[in-house]
Design a protein around this ligand. Sequence first.
Ligand SMILES: *[C@@H]1O[C@H](CO)[C@@H](O)[C@H](O)[C@H]1NC(C)=O
Ligand SMILES: *[C@@H]1O[C@H](CO)[C@@H](O)[C@H](O)[C@H]1NC(C)=O
Ligand SMILES: *[C@@H]1O[C@H](CO)[C@@H](O)[C@H](O)[C@H]1NC(C)=O
Length: 426
Amino acid sequence: MARSRRNGKILCLCLLPCLPLHFIATGASANSGALASHPVRPFWNLRLEDGALWNRLQHIWDREHNPILRVNGTRSKGPSLDVIHLQETGKTSACEQDEAWAYHLPDFSTLPDQMKDFVLSMHCRHYAILMDQPNLCAGQDSKTPFLLMAIKSQVGNFENRQAIRETWGRRDRVRGDGGGRSWFVRTIFLLARQDTETGPHPDLSSLLKLESSTHRDILLWDFKDTFFNLTLKDVLFWDWLSKHCSHVHFIFKGDDDVFVRTKALLDYLNHVRVQKAHGNKTKERDNFVVGDVIANAWPNRQPDTKYYIPESFYKGAYPAYAGGGGVVYTGALALRLREVSPWVSLFPIDDVYLGMCLHRLGVSPTHHPGFLTFDLPEDLREKSCAYHNVLLVHKRTPKEMLTLWKELHVPPQESCNMVDLIGFLV
Ligand SMILES: *[C@@H]1O[C@H](CO)[C@@H](O)[C@H](O)[C@H]1NC(C)=O
Ligand SMILES: *[C@@H]1O[C@H](CO)[C@@H](O)[C@H](O)[C@H]1NC(C)=O
Ligand SMILES: *[C@@H]1O[C@H](CO)[C@@H](O)[C@H](O)[C@H]1NC(C)=O
C-alpha cells in the first residue's frame, strides 16, 4: 500500500485483490456490535470493470470492512487498482478540495459544476459546527422529545422558518387529533454557509445570529450550502443527534417548504409505537422509517437537470428510498445510520443516500400514502377537507402554511368524508 501525506490527510493507494465480485457470503453477518451486517445482495455490487467512481469506491470500502475477506486486518495481495481512497482521519480540521479525484473520472472536465464540486470534496464529511444547540432536547421539563423535527433550511429562508415555528413546527407539548396525552415536540433547522465567502450572497450573518439567539433552534455547519451538499446535513445531523438528543423517539427530517399535519403525524407515530411495542416487534419498531417511498428509480442522465448523475460516477438502480421532502424514522435508527454511514461513500442526493444507508442496514422504508411529496391533485389543493387525510404535503409557501394551519384547526366537518378522496388515497 502506497501512502503519502498531503495537508494532514492520508491518501492511500489501495492494492486490491482481484476476487470474484460476488464475494459477500449470503446472509453473512460477522460484524460486531452496532455495525450492520453486510447486505446479502448490495445494489452497488456491480462489476468493478463497469468503472463508475462511486461503485468502485464502495467496493473497496466493502472489501476493507468485510471481516470475511480481511485476514487479520491486512489485505490479501493482488493486482492494484488505481483508486485513491482517503482514509477518514476523524479530525474536524478544514477539509479542502482534492484535485486528485478529477483523474478518476474520464469525463470530469465536461461535467456540470455541481458534480465537479461534489467529486472534489467527496472525501470530506467532518465540518465544524458554527452554531450549536446542545441543550435543545433538554427542554423545560427535561423530558425527551417524542418527535424532533429536523428541517433543512437555508440562511435566507427566515420567513419559512418563522412560518414553521408559528404553525406545524411549534415547540410545544402537542396533543394528537384524537386527543389523549400530549407529546413533547421540538424543531431544529439544519443550515450550512451561504455568505460572502461561499458566493455572491448578501451578508445576513447578524440577522442569523439574532434569530439563533432568539429561538435557539439553528444548527449551522461550516460548509457551502448547495443541493449536492445536502447529504452532509444528514451525516452531521446524525452526529449531532448522537451527542445531544440520542433518546428522541422519532425524527421528522424534511424541507422548509412542506406542510406537516403534526397532530395527525403524532397520532400515527403513537399508533406505530404501541403496535410494535411488544415481543418480537420491537426490532421492527426500532428500524421504522416511513415516507413517500420511491422504488426502482434510476439515476437521472439528463446533463442539464438538477438531479443529473453521470454514468462515470454511479451505475445501477437506486435502492428504495423515501422522498427527501419529508421522512420519519426512529431515534434508534438514526443512531444506527450514524454507525453505518462511514461505510457508505457519500452520494450527492440526500434522500438516495439515506436509502443507501438503510439498505446497508437491511432496513426497508415503509410507504405511507399520506406523505405527498408531489402534492395533492390540483383540484383538491384548495379544499381544506382534502388535507384531513394527509400527513405531509409539498410544496407550500410561508403564507400558505399560515392559512392552512388556521383552516385545519377547525374540526373536520361531516361533509369531510372520503367522497372526494376515494381513489386518491389508499
Ligand atoms: C492471524 O492472527 C493470528 C494471531 O494473531 C495468527 O495465529 C494467525 O496465523 C494469523 N493468520 C494469518 C492468515 O495471518
Ligand atoms: C460542499 O461544501 C464544501 C465545503 O464548503 C465545498 O468545498 C464543496 O465545493 C461543496 N460541494 C458542493 C457540491 O457544492
Ligand atoms: C413473534 O411473531 C410471530 C408472528 O409474526 C408470532 O406468531 C409469535 O408468537 C411472536 N413471538 C413472540 C415471542 O412474541
